[in-house]
Write a protein that binds this ligand. Structure first.
Ligand code: CP
Ligand code: NVA
Length: 307
């Protein structure tokens, strides 16, 4: 049996494969909008394992699988044996004998890697403490829809150097664009944890205004990610000057977009006028999770389909 292909972090796919996914996502989206049936995954089953909460990830994978003719099964740690200490390696052996593809949202990246190493079927990262590759697939697809190729563009990341930030940084290396990051002191990017090759596609700025200046896209995320709730009070204080507001959007390019993976906290990492304003594409970004993940499922299960 050949080892299955997984999508555990953004750099698991080459630029040329990602470009294929973006083309397929556009094709799949267009047909979906015309209510044209596309059921290439009939009789295929996705198992989704959640160790953390979710709205978008669960909905987009479950709806996407059903819309492609397959089915999706939701599991969480509270009411499965995973929550009672069954080894992840044993769970992977069993779950991958009863399904065709698995999506996991968990804590450490190491957990999903151990699962994948023992899985007979492809494994998709639906968010770990370190990475959120499906989110950045959707974000870049959204950029392409609104502004064309991302190659050579500048993305400003304001706030925490978290899973979403790390994934933007990997994507910049694979797809050849730049990320300007500004975090409070003590929350800087850790290149090794981010899994970077060190190709010089990112720069850190002490002042968030300097990171945003001249950017094609300004993006941020919650100050406290899931799993770090104990640090919330401290983070509220530490991040107070890293809020994306109208002044920050003004120093970016006039046609700059604003993105946020959601859920958002208006009045913390972003002001209401920015996230609900004319430069914001957050609803397209959320919707595109559905379309890019359908392209991802198609690719992992059927290989390179050309339409
Ligand atoms: N952006 C994102 O992954 O949202 P959920 O946590 O709702 O899945
Ligand atoms: N960084 C956030 C993203 C949520 C989709 C978290 O990990 O909680």
């Amino acid at each position: 049996m050949n080892a299955p292909r997984h999508f555990l972090q953004f750099k698991d796919f080459a630029a040329e494969e990602l470009e294929h996914l973006f083309r397929r996502a556009a094709w799949i989206k267009e047909r979906f909008k015309r209510y044209e049936r596309y059921w290439p995954l009939a009789d295929r089953t996705l198992v989704m394992i959640f160790e953390k909460a979710s709205t978008r990830t669960r909905l987009s994978f479950e709806a996407g699988m059903q819309q492609m003719g397959g089915s999706a099964i939701y599991m969480n740690t509270r009411d499965s044996q995973l929550g009672r200490g069954e080894p992840v390696e044993d769970a992977a052996q069993v779950i991958s004998r009863m399904s065709d593809v698995v999506m996991i949202r968990t804590f450490e990246q190491e957990i999903i890697e151990r699962f994948a190493a023992n899985s007979r079927v492809p494994v998709i990262n639906g968010l770990t403490n370190e990475y959120h590759p499906c989110q950045i697939l959707a974000d870049i697809f959204t950029c392409i829809e609104h502004r064309g190729s991302i190659r050579g563009k500048t993305v400003a990341w304001i706030g925490d150097s978290n899973n979403v930030c790390n994934t933007w940084l990997q994507a910049a290396e694979v797809l050849d664009f730049n990320v300007h990051v500004s975090t409070p002191p003590g929350y800087e990017v850790e290149p090794e944890r981010a899994g970077l090759y060190g190709t010089g596609h990112f720069e850190q700025f002490a002042d968030p205004m300097d990171a945003a200046r001249g950017a094609d896209l300004v993006t941020t995320d919650v100050w406290t990610s899931m799993g770090f709730e104990a640090e919330n009070e401290e983070r509220l204080r530490d991040f107070a000057d890293w809020q994306v507001d109208a002044d920050m959007m003004r120093v970016a390019r006039p046609e700059a977009l604003f993105m946020h993976c959601l859920p958002a906290h208006r009045g913390e990492e972003v002001t209401g006028d920015v996230i609900d304003g004319s430069q914001s594409v957050v609803w397209d970004e959320a919707e595109n999770r559905l379309h890019v993940q359908k392209a991802l499922l198609e690719y992992l299960l059927l290989g390179r389909v050309e339409g």
